[in-house]
Design a protein around this ligand. Sequence first.
Ligand SMILES: [Mn+2]
Length: 322
Amino acid sequence: MQKRRKNKELFLEFLSKYKDKKIVIATHRKADIDSLVSAYALNSVLPHAVMAVPDELDEGAKKLAEKLKIKTKVIKDLDKSDFEGMVVADTSSYTMLKDARDWKLLLVIDHHEKEGTDMKAEYLIIEADVPSTAEIIADLIGDENINGELAFGLSVAIISDTARFRSASAETFEVLAKLMKKCDVPYAELLEYGEPELSSTAKVAVMKALQRVQFVWHADYVIATSETGSNESDAASLIANIADAAFVGSWKNREKETRISSRANKRLPVGLNEVMKEVGESFGGKGGGHKKAAGAVAKEHPEAVLKKCVDVLIRKLEEVRT
Ligand SMILES: [Mn+2]
């Protein structure tokens, strides 16, 4: 709680300095709902700022942006000299926002585990124990700056990033209850945006991942792996509903790399962010994220990378046991 108060002070200090300046508020690559809404919420207290993204939005973020009529620019199209600097929402790692390397970073707000943080910013607010950046920002900007539409967006972001409250805390429910009252939208409708139905191609990609599931049973932990062409995080989430840990790989031919998405259930005593970091780095890539949801990129084909995921997790499970 003390950290919260300190971060609030930091945020107010940032605001008093930059409120009327022209700045860019950026999301991470392939912005998800949490990143998009977090940037949108910051825009409400930074009226002269411009929202920008590095590339395309993911499916859920696209749908919500249409609904809320959120307009974003592309970072590469902006002229740096027009702006004081950049604010980043929902990541603190340059891997997730390569464009940020060229910018002066004024403020970074994130909820990913600290060891993935490599961004240098004037103000850095990281609360890894909060399950969404939207929840952090709802608290930072204060009720008075949240209108009905923003309350809707923040509610959807909280539902989405907690995977429908899997990682929620008591505060999450308090914040969400307040936001829901303000936007006055039924939960079922929030859920439609927070967990949008997959497209048909995405459904097929997830089904293919299910067809290819392999698993090991180690020390009473079921560890599953699979491969798919896309939607590896949807597949990993689904498989980890049953397995204790799931790693799903997807080969990206253009980048000549494997993207791994991993998910764990509550009882897994090893942080996947650590597993992903080790796996990514051992194949010339990177990895990190949250304890129960993490990812990596690796310069190697999926088969070898998935095998490494299992090996590293088993070794870490053994370390915890002894
Ligand atoms: Mn997030």
